[in-house]
Design a protein around this ligand. Structure first.
Ligand code: THU
Length: 142
């Protein structure tokens, strides 16, 4: 599957990055002390944030990206333009494997992922680069 994502405006990128950065403050991460903020831009122009939420039973915790996507999906959103992820490290963190699969369900390979480091320097990648040869909703064969 190939499809292209429309380019984001400077304003959209600025809002995405500042909201992802601000969302770090909402992280519940008493175990790792590793704050992650995410901001998802929907096709309809809404910005939906997420942050990581950890748990005393460690594997139960969830990542910022999945919180953002889950929030958007239960709000009825299905089409997305881009996601920004912000952390307090350099180089920036890239989404974990589980989040890559989770995001690929609702995005095309060209979906842009903006990753911000502690100084808000940005590295841009795509879901297709992060998760090549993925298994998705069109692959059931029925
Ligand atoms: N984490 C995220 O929220 N997103 C990522 O892309 C990488 C990791 C969280 C999970 C956990 O709460 C903490 O960061 C350390 O792994």
């Amino acid at each position: 599957m190939t499809s292209s994502s429309p380019t984001l405006s400077t304003q959209e990128i600025e809002t995405l990055s500042s909201k992802a950065n601000a969302a770090k403050a909402a992280a519940y991460c008493p175990y790792s002390k590793f704050r992650v903020g995410a901001c998802l831009l929907t096709q309809s122009g809404e910005f939906i944030t997420g942050a990581n939420v950890e748990n005393a039973s460690y594997p139960v915790g969830t990542c910022a990206e999945r919180v953002a996507f889950g929030t958007a999906v239960v709000a009825g959103q299905r089409k997305f333009k881009a996601i920004a992820v912000a952390t307090d490290i350099t180089p920036p963190a890239s989404p974990c494997g589980m989040c890559r699969q989770f995001m690929s369900e609702f995005t095309s390979p060209s979906f842009p992922v903006y990753m911000y480091d502690k100084d808000m320097n940005c590295t841009i990648t795509t879901i297709g680069e992060l998760l090549p040869s993925s298994f998705g909703p069109d692959d059931f064969g029925h």
